[in-house]
Design a protein around this ligand. Sequence first.
Ligand code: MLC
Ligand code: AMP
Length: 497
Amino acid sequence: MTPQPTTLIELYEQQRTDGEALLVEGVDGLSSCTSAGAWARAAQIAHVLEDHGVRPGDRIVLQVDKSTEALLVYLACVRAGAAIVPVNPAYTEAELVHLLGDAEPSLVIADPSLPAANAPATVLTLDTAGGGTLLGLATDAPTTAPPFVATPDSFAAMVYTSGTTGRPKGAIISHRNLTSNALALAAAWGFEPSDRLLHMLPIFHVHGLFVAVNVTIAGGGSLVLAPRFDVGVALEQLPRCTAMMGVPTFYTRLLGDDRFGAETCRNARLIISGSAPLLASTHDEFRERTGHVILERYGMTETSMLTSNPLVGGRKPGTVGPPIDGVSVRVVDPLTGEPVGVGEVGGIEVSGPNVFAGYWKRPDQTRTEFTVDGYFRTADVGTIDSDGYLTIVGREKDLIISGGLNVYPKEIEEAIDAQPGVLVSAVIGVPDPDFGEAVVAVVVAGPGETVDIVALRDSLRAILAGYKVPKRIHVVDALPQNAMGKVEKERLRVMFS
Ligand code: MLC
Ligand code: AMP
């Protein structure tokens, strides 16, 4: 019997034995490729990386719009032993400065129109049409990869994520982390060569880049790859697909269109939601309209996927299901660190081969985020029922999840406080029918000053990615504070929801 793959290279080579099978079917302008074609192209790109001085363990920053070629860059990094550092194409120059300085990439691959193209590093370009210097150089390169022998501990990716304090940190993700998770999920969700996954997620986060792509690789099926989420394209493509992965906003937007229904999902066997809480009302409406019960799962950048409602058996709305194979999840008392009883609320801690090695260049923070017995503290708060299903009831971290994208209030508050006329601000998340939560800022003007909301928003747009810019800004005389002088965000949420 062939041993289970422990690296992404083994995963690809063991699971994708039919080279003629499609790996990517591009739609809405994206290109397609077969399994063998993708692997060969990735080898060619890997040679270009090597020719530009990239060595195993090096970081490669990627800021491009979504394309099939961008996925091939991910596979090329895998084949060259380099860690891909995916970056949101909406990030501004100001947002990139810290990341580029921290990651110390040996190479940047960027769309020529995006800020990373001006990075103070070696830059190769890649645009959505596949143009640019990267692929030009790859054309004549060998189709067998440079000699890199991956081990389970080899560095596969570094994905930036923020804590409640401080700047974004790079989570070091290994081949073991991604390979074990892909295999566990593909088995849990029954992915097979006949599967066709509708992929409308961005590829700068773990959901779109690793969960969707690696599970499809592990199952031997194909991706129907679209540039972004769009209701019209989803209505056109979903009927041809067996599965879909998305954030809750995808499903509320589909439900908002009268054309969406059981017919749209006629070939679907699995509709998966994650990255943000799925409202029970969305779950119910989806079932009534299509007959499909959305399968909700839970994960994080640092840990990949942790729990999932089952493929067969009861999917409980409002829960994120039991741990997936190989993952251990416990809920502990925040004061004692001891596991709490069934149904009691506490901090969620996790361990398993999927959990990352630590934060790049931050040994102290890595230490504090792990318990002495090796569990990672998620900072999510939850409860486990008598069937072992986890429910997430809140977060210890001051985090807003808007349309599946994380927004850290502190980062936005610092940007607002630096603007003319502002004394202090507080940023909160309020319920939003489209994004789940929307970013709202509450601002106090300095003595004798006024705050021009339009000018403030324009200034924020110049320095922050669009999804972080508050949807609403309120000016107040003072922020409510408790006896300790701490801003009472809960009161603000009640006032401005
Ligand atoms: C875009 N905008 C958003 C936004 N996305 N605003 C708030 N929240 C968001 N998520 C803003 C833009 O800045 C722009 O503003 C306007 O909306 C239109 O931009 P767009 O690009 O046309 O937006 P749209 O295509 O509608 O995108 C919305 C979305 C997208 C929900 C489809 O954000 C998306 O695909 N989200 C998925 C995120 C994801 O994959 N998360 C996984 C993280 S991994 P303006 O004002 O400039 O016009 C993770 C772990 C796990 O969490 O468990 O999976
Ligand atoms: P990220 O840091 O972008 O990886 O975001 C991870 C966070 O998203 C988790 O810590 C949770 O707070 C949240 N999350 C992911 N999946 C779910 C889910 N199904 N329900 C609720 N929250 C989720």
